[in-house]
Design a binder for this molecule. Structure first.
Ligand code: 5GP
Ligand code: MN
Length: 335
């Protein structure tokens, strides 16, 4: 049997977090706004284990679990907003800064006696009291898996389902370069606990709304590729005309970085609020986390993002030079 036990270096934090849970009765679990499979998966995995341990659990993400992730068992337990109560403990998952945790997170920070910050983003700002931050983890659900093993919590089939969802979506089906042998061992272990790999793939990576094709038809004619930097913009008028419900479009920016002559990809998306969401991806050997962090956002070396106030033209003028610089500073890991 491979070694699936927790990493020794985090022992003191694991112990402190375990003690904080054991001392708490009411626990708030939250994750980031614009939630993805890892946000909802890590939240539901943690919430499920805490409920099985007899804790009074409130799970909240601003707006609730998005429609396309409601296939995950127990996603109906994710509340869209918080009731006015106090908590013994808040556990924040997959969220690198306090803007990311939204209204629910801000409320929780002010109304919880202690805060555990569990995350895998290298740009994490280390808010909260106890930090379970593992940048090497491919998904927050990998850290939850380790932590539940540390606690000796049973991984039920519902918990395994939620955790495997995060592993699959954050690694794009075990394709990103951070995927390790151990990632596959954890996936195997979760499947042995009852998580349906093929079904999760079918519900996530292998399912796109037709409206997205209509959106891409409008957006692709404006794609530009200059010196390894490939860029596109999504205008509010495009989104409105195709009637796309889920605004996130990690799909396009990830697709663009796979272009053979591209080193970094960027998609600028206008929001209804008049700001621009910037999504960044890099080929191994380049770093877009530092660029996103410098612009007030965050993420991973190869996948990051930020939201900037201003018009499309203003935001492009600010971001594109930084990306050209990131290209100049990197060297492709694979030729
Ligand atoms: P995406 O491009 O798929 O929206 O996001 C890619 C990565 O960047 C994710 O790891 C996500 O957490 C991070 N990210 C995207 N937007 C923001 C942001 O506004 N703030 C922070 N801190 N991280 C972001
Ligand atoms: Mn994640």
């Amino acid at each position: 049997m491979p070694d699936l036990t927790t990493k020794r270096s985090l022992e003191p934090q694991w112990r402190e977090a375990a003690a904080a849970i054991s001392d708490s009765r009411s626990i708030l679990v939250i994750s980031h706004i614009a939630p993805d499979g890892d946000a909802v998966g890590s939240l539901l995995g943690m919430a499920g284990a805490l409920r099985n341990a007899g804790k009074e659990v409130t799970a909240v993400i601003d707006g609730g679990a998005p429609k396309d992730l409601r296939f995950i068992p127990r996603s109906d337990t994710v509340l869209a907003a918080i009731a006015e109560v106090e908590f013994d403990l808040m556990i924040s998952l997959d969220s690198s800064d306090i803007e990311r945790i939204g209204v629910a997170g801000a409320y929780g920070l002010a109304h919880s006696k202690r805060v555990i910050n569990l995350d895998h983003h290298p740009t994490n700002t280390r808010y909260g009291d106890i930090h379970l931050i593992v940048p090497e983890a491919v998904a927050a659900t990998e850290i939850v898996f380790d932590f539940l093993n540390h606690l000796g919590s049973a991984i039920t089939s519902d918990i395994a389902y939620a955790l495997l969802t995060g592993l699959i979506t954050d690694t794009q089906g075990f394709r990103i370069s951070a995927t390790k042998g151990r990632t596959l061992e954890i996936a195997q272990s979760l499947m042995a606990c009852g998580a349906p790999l093929a079904l999760i793939m079918a519900q996530t990576l292998n399912r796109r709304p037709y409206e997205e094709i209509e959106l891409w038809k409008r957006v692709l004619p404006r794609v530009r590729l200059d010196n390894g930097l490939i860029s596109a913009d999504i205008r509010q008028a495009d989104v409105e005309s195709v009637g796309l419900q889920t605004p996130a479009d990690g799909g396009l920016v990830s697709h663009l970085v796979n272009v053979d002559r591209a080193l970094i990809s960027v998609v600028f998306k206008e929001t209804a609020e008049g700001s621009i969401e910037v999504s960044l991806r890099a080929k191994p050997g380049f770093n877009v986390a530092d660029v996103a962090f410098a612009l007030g956002g965050g993420g991973h070396t190869l996948a990051s993002g930020c939201t900037i106030a201003g018009s499309l033209a203003q935001v492009k003028d600010r971001v594109l030079p930084l990306l050209n610089q990131a290209i100049a500073e990197g060297t492709p890991a694979f030729e």
